[in-house]
Design a protein around this ligand. Sequence first.
Ligand SMILES: [Zn+2]
Length: 144
Amino acid sequence: MIAAPHMLVGAAIGNSIKNYYFAGILAFISHFILDAIPHWGYIDDLTQVKKRDFKLAAIDFAIGIILILVLFFGELKINFMLILIGIFGSLLPDFLLVLLSFFPESKFLSKFDLIHDRFHKKSLNKFTGITTQILTILLTLLTI
Ligand SMILES: [Zn+2]
């Protein structure tokens, strides 16, 4: 999935799980569950990112941040550290893959790439792939 749904789910986990470690671990696991849902992505291979990909990723990340700020702005009971940990955990798997493009010799990152690929399902077409991500965002909004 693109970053925004991962971030939103991670933030929701951080908001629900009041333990820093479990929030991070569950958000990390959520990444693989979301990636198993057929989806569309603007980056073909995270291990070989291009300049264009960074621009799109920045827009994607900004959309995620805006969604989260709009959702949680003004909430007094929110622990922003838990939400940040949830966001970090949810994005960490893809971040590790991007590191692989800078450190292609890393055995750890190469093995992690294989594990990530086992869970990762791409959609056959753009419409279905975008729809599954919009549904993920809407379902997450209902749980917050
Ligand atoms: Zn991923």
